[in-house]
Design a protein around this ligand. Sequence first.
Ligand code: OXD
Ligand code: MN
Length: 604
Amino acid sequence: MSLTTNANVLKWVDEMVALCKPDKVVWIDGSQEQLDELTKEVTSLPDGDPNKMYWLNQEKLPGCLYHRTAENDVARVEDRTFICTKTKEGAGPTNNWMDPQEMYAKLTPMYDGVMKGQTMYVIPYSMGPVASSISKVGVELTDSIYVVLNMNIMTRMGKAAFDKLGDSNDFVRCLHSKADVDPEKRYIVQFPEDNTIWSINSAYGGNVILSKKCFALRIASFQGKNEGWMAEHMLILGVQKPDGDTKYVCAAFPSACGKTNLAMLIPPEGYLKDGYKVFTVGDDIAWLKPGEDGRLYAINPENGFFGVAPGTNAKSNYNALASTMKNAIFTNVALNNADNTVWWEGLDKNPPEDATEWTGIKTNGKEWTAEGKKLAHPNSRFTAPAANCPCISPEFDSAAGVPISAIVFGGRRASTTPLVYQSFDWTHGTYVGSAVSSETTAAAAGAVGVLRHDPMAMKPFIGYNVGDYWAHWLEMGEKLGDKAPKIFNVNWFKKDEDGNFLWPGFGDNMRVLDWIIKRCDGTVDADETAIGFLPKKCDINVAGIEDEVTPEVMDKLLAVDSDLWKAEIAEMRRYYNDDIAAKGGNIPAELYAVLDKIEANLNK
Ligand code: OXD
Ligand code: MN
């Protein structure tokens, strides 16, 4: 029975049913009974069925499930991801593009009859607290129970989303079919002008939880441009000071730069003693909108974390690990067969002797067969409810969102970029975001240490032309005026001449957040340099780590090497000209002016 009388929803569902031809249509109301029934069905599938999910040890991991995807289906597929706007220019130089009519014509035969013999699940969901005016509704149609159960963790799923929508046509139409999980026919397609997403031939989280990257970043960034708000690949955290005042910060880093760790940071002892607390509002995505008071407010549109498991342990991220201890779904990690729990590289130093590799092969814990000799896939994931997180913010469900004081960009840079600096103003901050880049690590295939541009950490997620996206940033800055958040850049990864990291990172990043917040409060001075405002050496609190971060080390961390920066500016000019402007991106003149200004500063 349908859960809504919304004519737009009913018409679209009818059309998609006529196309996909499922045997049955089930409307997901979000009730526990229905979820229990679906869980029973998916865990009762025979071993070897690719859709099967498994119960884990219900004493140690209550409510937790396990799933393996096909070996060819373990990550997002950027080369098969498209932005289909009417013009190629609309998608711009950072996206794959195809004409929408051509793409519909290509994909329609693939969806024709694809759900014969199967059930179509209709999933209504709200991105963001149901009561928030910043939130938006999506509806995902899928033939996968794994998707339903993931969406239940990652979004506010169920009838309440339809109640929020009412009769409106403002919902994102998401169609997913796992089809044959054929990598040659895998497509992840956004049609921003139609509020539509079509995903086919994948059953892996990032390609099928369509609320996440597809809606909350690609479609939402396009909506934000048209409606005067922003969808960003940013964590949101709150720092509560001893006097009780909480300042909120958003931060955008490319992958493998510790975004989830910063979002869930545990402050160093001295800060804890003084009464500082850090709260997580979000670990991946922020929707930002000016509030009635003219400040910029953020909500986390998601309701859970879809985190990378390897490397997560009680020391690197206690709060993330704690979040996975109940009602979570683990995908492509390894199994410890001795007690039916999970394991991944970096959880501890003791791989289980009786293990099942992520590929499903049982091993003796010594001779592993999977490529790369890892028990868990390097991109194995946990899907965990945000409510499990010990440091979840009391404002997590706030309809108004939280007021943002600072926006922080960062990347992995062995040299050039100092530990932290503040942009001169919003326009310069927009430039700093456009210049986000990171050096590749051994975690990804290909050469190590190669610089990759990843503007605002949004390169794979901007749902329209990157030049227009930068122009939208500038417009937002103009609208916010002197109420705009201050914009900073951080680099936790600077190295000395011998290749050793100079900064301890993890919880000690609190010391940098502390300076950032003091800058927002106007309680600390800074040195004006060619590239922005830098901390005075004595203003980064190193109490407790003086042996490691000596004054000499701090000098290196805060150094601005003029030759390296001239090379950086030259590379940015090349990037703007060759990679963006020459390929159809209109770069706002204001950003070229920033390049000119910094260059002139360096030549002074
Ligand atoms: C993610 C990503 O999974 O950014 O969050 O790739
Ligand atoms: Mn992400």
